[in-house]
Design a protein around this ligand. Structure first.
Ligand SMILES: Cc1cc2nc3c(=O)[nH]c(=O)nc-3n(C[C@H](O)[C@H](O)[C@H](O)COP(=O)(O)OP(=O)(O)OC[C@H]3O[C@@H](n4cnc5c(N)ncnc54)[C@H](O)[C@@H]3O)c2cc1C
Length: 329
């Protein structure tokens, strides 16, 4: 019996989510009185960082090291994970719901015919049988689903940013093992032709004290773009719901919620957005929530500290004009 987590290499360092998985993995391992193992797949230069994960709560670190593992290839990585899980048969295997984790976990689950719960935001251990209760918002509904796997290892991906990072303890000790990798594990249908770094724009959403967010109720891109004007007046950042990102009104970096950012501003104002659970999960840390919606029964209106029943088409331009007026005085 053991809990496994996947240690993700970004190309230069371990992904932050690895330390978050260590935090939650350690907590679960302590409840189950079982060891916590990290599986690291990457190039030899990642070895030192991976070994250090013992100090962050791992009991055991398994290293799959090879220069050819420097670039993530779904087929090669999933073959290594699949082979290891078949051999080790852990109780639980957790991945971060990063781009890599979301590509890898379903492949492994599919190959081994295992259940997989995506984008979990919490876990519990069911006392009677020690099953892993995997908690995640359900599809568009205002409920948290509690899911139990029928297959083992119980596999889940975990939303980044939900758990704190595991603290470092220099006195911790554990085992490090380097896995022997057979040559046929490296056969790949993928050939990497080019690498392009995507510049990460700092839209400061996570650090902003004020966030003004918009949803489908804003009707169109033009009205949505007024939020940028408002954000500037309030020295804040612009957030969005998933549908408006998919409509192309704003880039996905602005998305708040289970598939986007988790924010903790002092003030959050939601314009023309319903407040679906998938979105609300990202607002966990918001101090004051203001909702502007024409429907008083919208979930965000019911949860807001201040609920303003209004048509955003009139309210938003008016608010901007008033604030501009105040700034002139
Ligand atoms: C797996 C999964 C993951 C998801 N992840 C996310 C996520 O991370 N983030 C996220 O936001 N969503 C996410 N979603 C989508 C989520 O479930 C909701 O569908 C979405 O948040 C709703 O977006 P919305 O509020 O913009 O639109 P709607 O739910 O359509 O709400 C529009 C609101 O605008 C109001 N309105 C309409 N016209 C006006 C007007 N003129 N004036 C004032 N108010 C008006 C309406 O009353 C309504 O309340 C996810 C869904 C799934 C299935």
């Amino acid at each position: 019996m053991s809990i496994f987590i996947f240690g993700e290499w970004t190309g230069t360092d371990l992904h932050d989510s690895t330390y978050e998985l260590l935090y939650e993995g350690r907590r679960l391992a302590d409840i189950l009185h079982t060891p916590l193992t990290v599986l690291f797949i990457g190039p030899p230069e990642g070895k030192e960082k991976a070994e250090e994960l013992i100090k962050y709560g791992a009991d055991r670190v398994l290293l799959a090291l090879d220069q050819r593992l420097g670039d993530f290839r779904d087929d090669v990585y999933s073959r290594i994970v699949t082979q290891l899980l078949s051999k080790e048969q852990p109780e639980v295997m957790l991945f971060a719901a990063t781009a890599m984790g979301q590509a890898l976990a379903p492949r492994v689950a599919g190959t081994l015919r295992l259940g997989l719960t995506a984008h979990c935001i919490g876990f519990e251990i069911r006392p009677e049988d020690k099953a892993l209760v995997q908690i995640r918002p359900s599809f568009g509904e205002d409920v948290m689903a509690r899911i139990i796997s029928r297959t083992k290892p119980q596999m889940a991906t975990v939303r980044p940013g939900i758990f704190p990072k595991a603290p470092k303890d220099d006195n911790r000790t554990g085992h490090v093992e380097t896995l022997a990798l057979e040559e046929d594990l490296f056969v790949s249908a993928l050939e990497i032709l080019e690498r392009q770094e995507v510049p990460v724009k700092d839209i400061s959403l996570k650090k902003a004290k004020v966030v003004v967010a918009g949803g489908r109720g804003l009707q169109n891109k033009e009205l949505f773009s007024k939020l940028f004007e408002l954000a500037q007046l309030l020295h804040g950042a612009v957030g969005a719901t998933r549908p408006v990102c998919h409509l192309g009104w704003v880039s996905e970096e602005h998305m708040i919620g289970v598939s986007g950012a988790t924010i903790s501003p002092k003030l959050y104002i939601g314009f023309g957005l319903s407040g679906a659970l998938h979105h609300m999960v990202g607002l966990k840390g918001a101090e004051t929530i203001v909702a502007v919606n024409k429907d008083p029964e919208a979930p965000l209106m019911r949860r807001a500290h201040i609920a303003i029943q209004a048509d955003v088409r009139e309210f938003l331009p008016l608010l901007i004009e008033r604030l501009k007026g105040l700034n002139k005085k």
